[in-house]
Design a binder for this molecule. Structure first.
Ligand code: ZN
Ligand code: ZN
Length: 50
């Protein structure tokens, strides 16, 4: 097992997540579990939509 990074599992998302969390938001979870690769993150957190 790799070390936990506490980074959102969505490839393009720069958010960090809490312990035991894989995605920072439902939006990221939906995108992360699908084959859709959006240009930008849609989680709405500041710093992610720049
Ligand atoms: Zn994000
Ligand atoms: Zn995220």
């Amino acid at each position: 097992m790799a070390e936990e990074t506490n980074k959102c599992g969505h490839e393009i998302c720069v958010c960090t997540v809490g312990e035991g969390e894989e995605y920072c938001s439902e939006s990221c979870q939906a995108n992360g579990e699908s084959d859709i690769t959006d240009i930008k993150c849609d989680c709405g957190h500041s710093g992610c939509d720049d």
